[in-house]
Design a protein around this ligand. Structure first.
Ligand SMILES: Cc1cc2nc3c(=O)[nH]c(=O)nc-3n(C[C@H](O)[C@H](O)[C@H](O)COP(=O)(O)O)c2cc1C
Length: 205
């Protein structure tokens, strides 16, 4: 058995938020009138052909996914951080829930106009893709889980249907070149790009 060591340089803290640096995505979902809502999210991860999303229950995104189980997960590059931030104070939910109002959110339906981003038609799903995002993933909702330990968010499992990628981040066939692509990272409410490459895993191409 390993010998335990005392760790002299740590403290137990109660952070208000725990966003320790995950990629930003822009989740496109379908409004009731057929227009598209764009929601910035950072709680997502991929598992094979599935993506797991953590979505707040007071927003428009979850309402839309429950009504129409299709979405596009757009992955912006660091150069798009200001477009993302333009969306940040808005919700597509009308009326705006009280707790969101208290946090400074106002209603805005025209998310494309506000963010100065451009819609592109999707191949299979109804919500549009965001042209400027180098990776755009069409997906279908497979399961919405309302955890019994929290009333704040849903865990949404989606299945990837098509992955669209800008040609300039590709290498060979079906590969995204990590030297050409890098995500926009949400690091404790601050936007970052990636630093330099440190190494690669044994299975890297
Ligand atoms: C960079 C960034 C990351 C965010 N990550 C999440 C997230 O992972 N899950 C979530 O529910 N809200 C997240 N939010 C907050 C939502 O964007 C916010 O609730 C917004 O009102 C959602 O829009 P909607 O109500 O029109 O869906 C994030 C906001 C920003 C700016």
């Amino acid at each position: 058995m390993e010998k335990m060591t005392q760790v002299p340089n740590t403290e137990i803290i109660k952070p208000k938020i725990l966003y320790y640096g995950t990629p930003v995505i822009l989740l496109n979902s379908l409004n009731e009138d057929g227009s598209v809502n764009i929601s910035p999210l950072s709680s997502s991860w991929a598992l094979g052909d599935y993506i797991i999303l953590g979505i707040g229950l007071g927003g428009k995104a979850i309402e839309n996914l429950e009504r129409h189980p299709e979405c596009v997960i757009n992955v912006p590059s660091p150069s798009l951080w200001e477009n993302v931030e333009k969306l940040a104070p808005y919700t597509g939910k009308n009326p705006v829930p009280e707790y969101k109002k208290k946090n400074g959110f106002t209603f805005e339906k025209e998310k494309y106009a506000i963010s100065k981003l451009t819609p592109a038609e999707s191949k299979t799903v109804k919500p549009t893709r965001i042209m400027e995002c180098p990776i755009q993933i069409e997906a279908i909702v497979k399961h919405i889980r309302m955890p019994d330990y929290s009333t704040d968010f849903a865990i949404v499992e989606v299945q990837v249907i098509h992955v669209h990628a800008h040609k300039d981040i590709l290498t060979g066939e079906n590969y995204i070149d990590p030297n050409k692509w890098s995500p926009l990272i949400y690091n404790f409410r601050h936007y970052f790009g990636l630093g330099n490459q440190l190494g690669k895993t044994f299975r890297a191409e």
